[in-house]
Design a protein around this ligand. Structure first.
Ligand SMILES: Cc1cc2nc3c(=O)[nH]c(=O)nc-3n(C[C@H](O)[C@H](O)[C@H](O)COP(=O)(O)OP(=O)(O)OC[C@H]3O[C@@H](n4cnc5c(N)ncnc54)[C@H](O)[C@@H]3O)c2cc1C
Length: 388
């Protein structure tokens, strides 16, 4: 198999099925590069189109285990990481679309009833249903346990009140995984998870926000929003567990997306520095450039090693990989930022010219150091695990 351009696929973290999957996906993204980039397409329309493109291509199926129609006996974190690593090289918005389908589907796979799974998972995985994951609030971002959106149980239903912010896919999603306070215990132990359909009375999207890079995101509001008991995902008081188990899978994939952005920056920089003439020779002929290129390559590989170490640990050794996933997410997102900054520097004026690949990557990488736990929070998690 020709894996010359991606020698990391030879690593022992992968089996032949992973390698075939990656090669097929690489061929797919090259064929559909224009559609994936979605240049000039209005963002919400782009998300709908991208979800369908990925769904029809079968690239959302790895979000499911075999017994629900997926390709492997259980959800394979390495496959999800490979998917984001490869898609992110071409499109941050397509990567985000994949991630959000994951953040909606994984809690349903892990905690959904057969009815909930049958209602939502087929659509989420063929791209006809778009998902969202609603944890953050204006006063509860890093400090998840401080969230205040409430869900009060009344006979055969719950009533939700509150507001969430920075919710990816706000206004384009059909179903929202919502975390709300049900009060079984103080703090994190008093939260439950729910599935809220976009057409539920009392649910609204009062505002969409604009990010540095294309991203559908906004506030979502619940005003006396009545949902049936059957919309609860997992047990009463299990909300934190639902959120953290989901992030335990998805956090490594954030690192993988960062690796994908960094690989693209690396690739573009290798080409550019070998073609750009300065002071009568190629930019790559200068030792200072070579030092920088070597540093970039080491950053990419060390980030990828941590990402695939975490994913492999999850798939083959044990279910909880909080420490490994946090290390992978932290190192990969911070390293990718440095790699992309170096790429911008080596491109000179072109590097910051709107519309150039490096300029796009520079904007796309930044939010990854913040969402699904900012870098500082990852360090707290890592240290808590070490001291345990
Ligand atoms: C592009 C994007 C997409 C997002 N999508 C979603 C989504 O779909 N669903 C969702 O629920 N949320 C989403 N979020 C929200 C995201 O998860 C939060 O922004 C993130 O958790 C940080 O919370 P915050 O913004 O309130 O920052 P804060 O919690 O206010 O943190 C600000 C800074 O303080 C630092 N800090 C906080 N606590 C400590 C501490 N104890 N010690 C040291 N430093 C600390 C943080 O690391 C950070 O640097 C998204 C955010 C972005 C940027």
């Amino acid at each position: 198999m020709k894996i010359l351009n991606d020698p990391f696929l030879e690593w022992p973290f992968f089996d032949e099925k992973h390698r075939h999957f990656a090669m097929d996906l690489l061929a797919f993204v090259k064929t559909h590069q224009k559609s994936l980039e979605a240049d000039g397409v209005e963002e919400k329309t782009a998300v709908r189109q991208l979800a369908l493109l990925l769904g029809r291509g079968g690239w959302l199926r790895p979000l499911l285990p075999e017994w629900l129609g997926g390709p492997r006996p259980k959800v394979d974190t390495r496959t999800l990481c490979l998917t984001r690593d490869i898609i992110a090289r071409y499109s941050g918005l397509a990567d985000c679309t994949f991630a959000m389908q994951g953040l909606a589907a994984i809690p349903l796979v892990l905690f959904g009833t057969p009815e909930q799974q049958a209602t939502y998972l087929p659509g989420l995985c063929d791209g006809n249903l778009i998902g969202a994951f609603c944890l953050s609030e204006a006063q509860a971002g890093s400090d998840v346990a401080a969230l205040q959106t409430s869900a009060i149980r009344e006979q055969d239903h719950y009533v939700l009140n509150g507001e969430k912010t920075w919710i990816s896919n706000a206004g384009v999603a059909h179903c929202y995984i919502v975390f709300a306070r049900t009060g079984e215990a103080p703090g994190a132990k008093g939260l439950s998870a729910f599935i809220v359909n976009a057409d539920t009375a009392g649910f609204s999207v009062p505002e969409n926000l604009t990010m540095v890079a294309p991203h559908v995101i906004g506030r979502v509001s619940f005003k006396d929003c009545k949902i049936p008991l059957s919309a609860r995902l997992g047990g009463a008081g299990d909300g934190f567990k639902v959120a953290m188990s989901t992030l335990d899978i998805m956090r490594s994939t954030v690192g993988a997306a960062a690796v994908g952005f960094a690989r693209r920056a690396m690739m573009e920089t290798l080409i550019h520095t070998q073609n750009r003439q300065v002071f009568g020779q190629n930019l790559s002929a200068f030792q200072s450039t070579q030092m920088r290129l070597a540093d970039m390559a080491i950053e990419v590989d060390s980030a990828a090693l941590l990402v695939y170490r975490a994913a492999w640990t999850k798939d083959t050794l044990r279910d909880r990989i909080t420490l490994e996933a946090s290390m992978a997410k932290l190192q990969a997102t911070e390293a990718a930022q440095r790699v992309i900054d170096s790429a911008v520097q080596l491109f000179g004026g072109l590097g910051v010219t709107a519309g150039s690949v490096t300029e796009r990557l520079y904007r796309e990488i930044r939010p990854l150091r913040i969402y699904e736990g900012a870098s500082e929070i990852q360090k707290l998690i890592i240290c808590a695990a070490l001291l345990k």
